[in-house]
Write a protein that binds this ligand. Structure first.
Ligand code: ATP
Length: 299
C-alpha cells in the first residue's frame, strides 16, 4: 500500500537560509509522528510544503500518491494551525456547518463531527464562550471534514491544560486507529513520548533523528546519573570507596556512568550494605535526549 506521506531528499531555500536540507521520511497510514525542533528548525516550512502552500526546491513529496497542493492531495490532507481563529459570535455548529459548505459537503454532518470531538453539548453555544481546549476541538472537527487520510497539526496542544491535552490525544488515537496518519509538531516532549509512534527531530533544516523514544535513547547513549545517600557516619567511607564521585552540598554522592556500566556500579554500591541509606537512579531525561540531537552549531 502507498504510504500516506512520502518525502524524499526535500530541500528548500529562502535566499541565504537553507530551511530544509535533504529531508526524507515516510509516514504510513495510521501512524502518528511528532515533529520536534528548535525555533527556525524548518517545521513550519515542511508542513507548508506538504500542504502545497509553498513550493520546494529539490527532492520529492507525495501525499497519498499525489503532488502536494494538487486537487487529489488537497482532498486527502487537513491542517490545524497553531492559533486557530473562529468567529466568536458563531456557535460551534454554525462554524462547522460553514466549513462543510465551503468544502461542498452537507452541513447536516456538523453535529456528527462535533459529537466526534466531544462538543455535542456545547455545539449551540457561541464560540466566544468556549475554552481554548474547546476551540481546539472545533479546529479538529473542521479537519475531519471529508475524512482526510493525513492530518497536519501545528502544535495542537499548546496552551491546553494536562487533562485537555490527554483528551485531545485520545481523539487522535481514535483517528489513527481508523487509519488516519498524523504529523504533529510539539514542544512538549513528555506528551509526544507516550502518544506518538515515532519522533522526528529537525535541526537547522536537517532531519537529525528519527525513531521511537526508546530507539533515540539508545542511540544517544547518554550517561545515567546515580545519587547515593550515605548512612549516618558513613560519608567518608563512601567517598573513599568511590573517588570518581562528587559530593554535593546536600551530602549526596553523585555518580555518572554509561548505560552498560549501570548494573556493575549498582552492584558495587549495594555491596556496601549498611553504609548506604538510599539510592536513586536517574536516566537521561527527554530534554537531555532532545538537546543531544537538536544541538545547533556553536551551542
Ligand atoms: N518566507 C520566508 N522568507 C524567508 N525566510 C523564511 C521564510 N519562512 C521561513 N524562513 C526561514 O526558514 C527557517 C525555517 O523556518 P520555519 O518557520 O520553518 O521554522 P520552525 O521550525 O517552524 O520554527 P518555529 O518553531 O519558530 O515555528 C528559519 O530560518 C526562517 O527564518
Amino acid at each position: 500500500m502507498t504510504p500516506t506521506l512520502t518525502i524524499s531528499r526535500l530541500t528548500k531555500r529562502f535566499g541565504e537560509v537553507e530551511a530544509l536540507k535533504d529531508v526524507s521520511l515516510v509516514l504510513e497510514a495510521g501512524r502518528r509522528a511528532a515533529l520536534l525542533g528548535h525555533n527556525g528548525a524548518g517545521k513550519s516550512t515542511m508542513m507548508k510544503i506538504i500542504l502545497g502552500l509553498i513550493s520546494h526546491d529539490g527532492g520529492a513529496v507525495s501525499v497519498c500518491g499525489a503532488a502536494p497542493g494538487s486537487p487529489a492531495a488537497r482532498g486527502q490532507v487537513a491542517y490545524l494551525p497553531e492559533n486557530v481563529a473562529f468567529h466568536p459570535a458563531l456557535t460551534g455548529e454554525e462554524q462547522v456547518r460553514h466549513y462543510l459548505s465551503l468544502r461542498g459537503e452537507s452541513p447536516k454532518q456538523a453535529m456528527t463531527l462535533l459529537a466526534r470531538v466531544g462538543l455535542e453539548k456545547a455545539a449551540r453555544r457561541r464560540i466566544g464562550t468556549y475554552s481554548k481546549g474547546m476551540r481546539q476541538r472545533v479546529g479538529l472537527a473542521q479537519t475531519l471534514i471529508g475524512r482526510p487520510r493525513l492530518l497536519v497539526l501545528d502544535e495542537p496542544t499548546s496552551g491546553l491544560d494536562p487533562v485537555s491535552r490527554r483528551d485531545f490525544y485520545d481523539l487522535l488515537d481514535g483517528l489513527s486507529a481508523e487509519g488516519t496518519a498524523i504529523l504533529l509538531s510539539s514542544h512538549v516532549l513528555t506528551e509526544v513520548e507516550a502518544r506518538t509512534d515515532s519522533i522526528l527531530i529537525l535541526s537547522g533544516g536537517a532531519l537529525v533523528a528519527e525513531g521511537t523514544l526508546a530507539e533515540l535513547r539508545a542511540r544517544a547513549a547518554l550517561p545515567v546519573a546515580l545519587l547515593a545517600r550515605p548512612a549516618e557516619g558513613h560519608a567518608p567511607a563512601l567517598a573513599a570507596a568511590f573517588p570518581e564521585a562528587s559530593t554535593g552540598p546536600d551530602g549526596l554522592l553523585r555518580l555518572s556512568c554509561a548505560q552498560a556500566e549501570k548494573l556493575p556500579l549498582l552492584a558495587r554500591l549495594t555491596a556496601l550494605g549498611g553504609a548506604l541509606a538510599d539510592l536513586e537512579v536517574i536516566p537521561p531525561s527527554l530534554e537531555d535526549i532532545y538537546s543531544h540531537f537538536s544541538r545547533r552549531d556553536g551551542q
